[in-house]
Design a protein around this ligand. Structure first.
Ligand SMILES: NC(=O)c1ccc[n+]([C@@H]2O[C@H](COP(=O)([O-])OP(=O)(O)OC[C@H]3O[C@@H](n4cnc5c(N)ncnc54)[C@H](O)[C@@H]3O)[C@@H](O)[C@H]2O)c1
Ligand SMILES: O=C(O)C(=O)C[C@@H](O)[C@H](O)[C@H](O)COP(=O)(O)O
Ligand SMILES: [Zn+2]
Length: 367
């Protein structure tokens, strides 16, 4: 059988680093000339692998493989959004402090997007910044969260309200790690892939529509193509606008309402499910304000439904959602701002001084 080569995508935002996409990287972690040694670099004496309970076995395997040359510690943290909390960051700082981690040591974030957001924040803040290697273990983590340096935690008031822009030094996407990822988590990650399709990469939508079962099969070439196209877009955007002063905002398509839904659901929902609804809402808003054709709005619903992702939310929740959206990071003063489309791949920012238009758009997705 011919070995499939790794793909390397370079990012220049924040610092220069590579995202490597391939297979067998974790199994090969002990190799002194392998991807892990290269990502950690020379001179790292201590490594903290931060991981959720679900990745315990892989974290132990990595610890074993990387030990010897270096001292490797594990920090198991609560799963999913329960890990994106101040107390959990504090626990990680305590582990780093008690093990005397210095600026020449490193953190590995092994897990889904919630974990890499937390680990990135810990690495950004410990001694004001230590080496950071992400090993994303979900589709969403690979195509979005591990790339681009947005790190952070949630607060009682809202999603990702505390954080820092801190780019990783390397990202290793080992597709083998997806073998045990539950199907619903895998499909939720596709919401960010679909986002890339609507905002900039139409090929993504065509691949999904051609055969959704094949496109979502981690063994298929179409699946790998979707991962690479999405990382490619993210890399291009964050390389041009690391600190989100302009173009990077397009990556927030569907997230204004999506984050408010996550908050309303007390962070129990999957991010991908919440932003699927958020994107249908943004598409409806775009139809009303940017003349986005009906067929593009319908295409949103069709694709999310084919991925078994939700497209509507209860009518009675509007006031709660609106109150939370006012704390969205894109808001400026009392002005809410939304990423909208006038056509596939044509994005702009809509300033909304009067929220009645939002309420009208919400009626289109209300259940
Ligand atoms: N920083 C960014 O740019 C960015 C981008 C997109 C999303 N995010 C954040 O990412 C988070 C969502 O990430 P997610 O969808 O990966 O969810 P997640 O990190 O909560 O992981 C989902 C679930 O899958 C489990 N899991 C992870 N990898 C597994 C594996 N290989 N096998 C079995 N189980 C596994 C986890 O334990 C968890 O229960 C949200 O907090 C969102 O805000 C950040
Ligand atoms: O990388 C970005 O920029 C994004 O907006 C990607 C989003 O998919 C992601 O969910 C991000 O965490 C949202 O950021 P926030 O600034 O709205 O918290
Ligand atoms: Zn997102």
């Amino acid at each position: 059988m011919t070995a499939i080569e790794n793909t390397v995508i370079s990012v220049t935002g924040g610092r220069d680093y590579n995202v490597t996409i391939g297979r067998g990287m974790i199994a090969d972690a002990a190799n002194p000339r392998g991807q892990f040694s290269e990502a950690l670099g020379a001179g790292v004496n201590k490594v903290l692998i931060i991981h959720p309970p679900t990745l315990g076995a892989i974290a132990a395997e990595l610890r074993e493989a990387l030990s010897g040359e270096r001292e490797v510690l594990l920090a198991e943290v609560p799963d999913a959004e329960a890990g994106k909390r101040m107390e959990v960051a504090q626990f990680c700082w305590q582990v780093l402090g008690q093990a005397d981690f210095t600026r020449s040591d490193a953190v590995i974030g092994l897990g889904g997007g919630a974990l890499t957001d937390l680990a990135g924040f810990v690495a950004a803040t410990w001694l004001r910044g230590v080496r950071l290697v992400h090993v994303p273990s979900t589709v969403l983590g690979m195509v979005d969260a591990s790339v681009g340096g947005k790190t952070g935690i949630n607060t009682n008031e809202g999603k990702n309200l505390v954080g820092a822009f801190y780019a990783p030094h390397a990202v290793l996407c080992d597709l083998d790690v997806l073998a045990d990822l539950p199907r619903n988590e895998l499909l939720a990650g596709f919401a960010e892939i679909v986002k890339c399709g609507f905002i900039a990469v139409p090929e993504i939508l065509d691949i999904l529509e051609a055969n959704v079962a094949i496109a979502t099969d981690p063994q298929s070439s179409q699946f790998r193509r979707l991962i690479e196209l999405s990382i490619g877009l993210k890399a291009r955007v964050v390389s041009e606008d690391f600190m989100e002063q302009g173009e990077r905002e397009i990556l927030n398509y569907g997230h204004t309402l999506g984050h408010a839904i996550e908050h309303a659901e007390r962070y129990k929902w999957r991010h991908g499910a919440a932003i699927s609804i958020g994107m249908v809402f943004a598409a409806e808003l775009s139809r009303m304000t940017q003349n986005l054709p009906d067929e593009v709005v319908d295409r949103h619903r069709r694709i999310f439904e084919s991925l078994t992702l939700p497209t509507g939310y209860p009518r009675g929740r509007w006031d709660t959602l609106l109150a939370t959206m006012k704390r969205d990071k894109k808001a400026r003063g009392s002005m809410l701002r939304f990423v909208v489309l006038s056509a596939e791949g044509k994005t702009s920012i809509l300033n909304v001084p009067d929220t009645s238009i939002l309420f009208t758009a919400y009626q289109e997705i209300a259940t």
